[in-house]
Design a protein around this ligand. Structure first.
Ligand code: SAH
Ligand code: SF4
Length: 367
């Protein structure tokens, strides 16, 4: 059976090319720009590689793209892609419009085992991990789509290419460590995608051993932690793995986390009315973060009807923002994007949207 060539980093690929096709190791280096920079999907077109080698590659490997099932555009310009994988499962990828730089939000699993009580993905349970080619396939397919639109989106709005990638789509990236770390290595590759580590962010609900491994292996991406509570009592309910890795241990791990100069760990805090947004929470948070080089990202809750939570008021979110700034913390608010197409944080369920998409959103199959 043919292998997915996007599943191997440069070192693995050079070994494999040698063992399975008796090709010289430098062929891997030669392939990286074709696969990731030029996004070529046919070995035949790789004209600086000898024809006999191209034939060998075609016999042994395939170059993957997920199947685009649906692409929806939000009124705010954010675009959600629904992709089908080879086993028939579906995942979502979101191209988020931000004032200066567009960001791509990729999925790392189909569903998620963590089962956070406020998150739609968590209600699906874990179906399976994505392989490296399926993670990178999302990035490549979205770039293909942007190129096919010649940088313009529908009514003449310019869509820029994305500058940042966040592992904040469906799934817990640290339950799929090997594939996520390999995808990051390939995204970092200077002859390929060439995303510097500061343009990539991996977000975790707090899998402590994997946070330590992330540091030890010097994975080339920023770290974001979904804190979402200031007591174990509340965190045990909203993020059930807190029972295994409680707050004190998580914060101690973050205190020990080696950071390069000027770098910070992002602390995500989804604001749930009456649950984790009380005055006492606000008093506790700066104390918990003491000694951690962090930047707090307050996330207004995106309502998922049926899960029993509601969003904190704008007034409370702004009060938190100001108070944390006054306490000397670095703090921003992540105002939602793409709510009208269910593309915002915690709204990814990888379903085809119903025919009647909320009024303002645009269905778009033109890709
Ligand atoms: N599984 C990882 C990454 C994906 S979730 C993690 O939990 O960190 C990305 C972010 O979305 C997390 O910070 C999570 O807490 C947040 N989130 C989940 N559901 C949300 C919702 N309904 N509204 C706002 N943010 C949500
Ligand atoms: Fe999984 Fe993250 Fe959703 Fe929790 S918030 S269920 S960890 S995707």
């Amino acid at each position: 059976m043919k292998q997915q060539i996007l599943n191997f980093d440069e070192r693995e690929l050079s070994q494999l090319l040698q063992s399975s096709c008796s090709l010289e190791p430098y062929r891997a280096k030669q392939l990286i720009p074709w696969l990731y920079r030029k996004r070529e999907t046919s070995f035949e077109a790789m004209t600086d590689i000898a024809k006999s080698v191209r034939e060998l590659l075609s016999e042994n490997f395939t170059i993957y793209r997920p199947k685009l099932l649906q692409s929806l555009k939000s009124v705010d310009g954010t675009r959600k892609y629904l992709f089908q994988l080879e086993g028939g499962e579906t995942v979502e990828t979101v191209l988020i419009k931000q004032p200066k730089r567009w960001t791509l939000c990729v999925s790392s699993q189909v569903g998620c085992a963590v089962a956070c009580s406020f998150c739609v993905t968590g209600t699906l349970g874990l179906k399976r991990n994505l392989e490296t080619h399926e993670i990178l396939g999302q990035v490549l397919a979205v770039r293909d789509d942007i190129a096919a639109r010649k940088g313009y989106d529908g009514n003449g709005t310019l869509i820029d290419d994305f500058y940042n990638i966040v592992f904040m789509g469906m799934g817990e990236p640290f339950h799929n460590f090997d594939n996520v770390a390999r995808a990051v290595r390939l995204l970092n590759h200077p002859k390929g995608f060439d995303f510097s580590p500061r343009k990539l962010t991996v977000s975790t609900s707090g899998v402590i051993p994997a946070i330590q491994r992330f540091a030890e292996e010097e994975v080339g991406a920023n770290l974001a932690i979904s804190l979402n509570a200031t007591t174990d009592e509340v965190r045990n309910v909203v993020i059930p793995i807190n029972k295994r890795w409680p707050l004190s241990e998580l914060l101690a791990t973050l205190r020990d986390f080696p950071l390069k100069k000027g770098k910070r760990i992002t602390i995500e805090y989804v604001m749930l009315a009456g649950v984790n947004d009380t005055f006492q929470d606000l008093q506790r948070l700066p104390k918990l973060l003491h000694g951690i080089q962090s930047k707090v990202n307050l996330i207004p809750y995106n309502d998922n009807s049926g899960l029993g939570y509601s969003a904190s008021s704008r007034q409370i979110i702004e009060k938190w923002h100001q108070t944390l700034l006054d306490r000397g913390l670095n703090c921003t608010i992540r105002w939602s994007k793409g709510n009208d197409i269910s593309a915002a944080c915690g709204q990814l369920a990888a379903k085809n949207e119903p025919k009647k998409v909320k009024k303002a959103a645009v269905r778009d199959h033109s890709a």
